[in-house]
Design a protein around this ligand. Structure first.
Ligand SMILES: NC(=O)C1=CN([C@@H]2O[C@H](COP(=O)(O)OP(=O)(O)OC[C@H]3O[C@@H](n4cnc5c(N)ncnc54)[C@H](OP(=O)(O)O)[C@@H]3O)[C@@H](O)[C@H]2O)C=CC1
Ligand SMILES: O=C(CO)COP(=O)(O)O
Length: 336
């Protein structure tokens, strides 16, 4: 009889811990924590209090702070550290990870400097490994509480996706497949910037029409850049695009939205990030996305205003006033 596969999740923040908990209900699972006290708390108390409060984690979930040993045990590797830490983390696991182990990214940010998507960084650090991502409208706290949700595993190889689907699925967590890796990954990356705009709007006490405008025009910006970069624009109408955009812009638990709200309260980006204490990928992604928008010749007025606010050039009030000066153009989807 063949042994069950071992899933190893790198990164014990709110989402890494949640995904590891989903997997632990289905198969042997190890969570790598960079701090030993977090690993001890998970193994002894079945809690990760810093990120998930008193929510109980599965008894079967194993935690360790030994990244090389964890990687050597992996049949499937999941990357759940912030985008800024993906390359360094994968460089550490490369020597002990066995050949052909599939690697799944949870990461929703672009690498500064290289402007690479997380799956591209995986491809560079771990050449030859099948690569994919798990994305969708997945606010970690709701999923660990067992509220119904769905995600997508995006890989070019349908066989890999089909093998991975049951490892992360739960009765109330549906896992779909998609072969448009670029479109799915960009959806998760770009919606964070729109969520900062949505948070600023909340902080400025706008109406529901404004909320809807930010969502709809934000989605249009995401689709236009995505299509110009080679993604299928229809992907942006699915879970990883519109789905994640709605969840992140609407949820008071979204870290990106909370950053926007804090900026509207007059905090600086540094103060807002300190108050949050968790990663909000949209802050560092906004300037990279504006470089891409320039390169591909795409107008992204909402992303441009978010970038101006996080760079400290505009206040949130100026950003919203600035949007009013942009010529409206057409609301029909324009192919890039
Ligand atoms: N939370 C969510 O609901 C969702 C998050 N995501 C994405 O998942 C990724 C991870 O996010 P999330 O779990 O929420 O993040 P958190 O901020 O909750 O946790 C980050 C984790 O990464 C670790 N970490 C931070 N910096 C480094 C580093 N330099 N080297 C190694 N490890 C590091 C942290 O360790 P330590 O505790 O020691 O600081 C912590 O375990 C992000 O790209 C996010 O956009 C995607 C879907 C949902
Ligand atoms: O990606 C997420 C939900 O799908 C989480 O969003 P935040 O990082 O804004 O909390």
């Amino acid at each position: 009889m063949s042994r069950p596969v071992r899933v190893v999740v790198l990164g014990s923040g709110s989402w890494g811990t949640t995904v590891a908990s989903l997997a632990a209900h289905n198969t042997r699972t190890t969570l790598w924590c960079r701090r030993s006290e977090v690993a001890e708390e998970i193994n002894s108390d079945h809690r990760n209090r810093q990120y998930l409060g008193e929510r109980p984690l599965p008894d079967a979930l194993d935690a360790t702070d030994d990244i090389e040993f964890a990687a050597s045990q992996a049949d499937v590797l999941v990357v759940g550290v912030p985008s800024s830490a993906v390359r360094a983390t994968l460089t550490e696991v490369a020597p002990t990870l066995r050949a052909w182990v599939p690697v799944l990214s949870l990461v929703k940010g672009l690498e500064a400097g290289s402007r690479m998507r997380p799956t591209q960084v995986v491809g560079e650090c771990l050449p030859g490994h099948p690569v994919g991502l798990l994305a969708g409208p997945n606010i970690a706290s709701e999923i660990i509480d067992g509220m119904a949700a769905a995600a997508v595993i995006a890989t070019q190889d349908e066989h890999v996706a089909t093998a991975l689907q049951p490892l992360f699925a739960a009765p109330r967590f549906r896992v779909y497949r998609n072969t448009d890796v670029l479109g799915c990954e960009l959806g998760g990356v770009l919606k964070n910037i729109v969520a900062i705009a949505a948070g600023m709007a909340e902080g400025l006490a706008v109406g529901d029409n404004t909320r809807a405008m930010v969502l709809a025009r934000g989605l249009a910006e995401m689709m236009q850049l995505g299509e110009a970069m080679g993604a299928d624009p229809r992907t942006f109408m699915g879970l990883t695009g519109m789905g994640d955009l709605i969840a992140t812009c609407m949820s008071p638990a979204s870290r990106n939205r909370r950053i926007g709200e804090a900026l509207a309260r007059g905090l600086t980006v540094a103060e807002a990030a300190k108050e949050l204490g968790q990663v909000a990928e949209g802050v560092k992604t906004a300037p990279i996305v504006m470089q891409l928008a320039d390169e591909f010749g795409i107008d992204m007025p909402i992303a441009a205003e978010v970038e101006a606010v996080v760079a400290g050039r505009h206040t949130p009030e100026q950003a919203y006033a600035g949007l009013g000066t942009v010529p409206p153009g057409t609301d029909q989807h324009e192919s890039a």
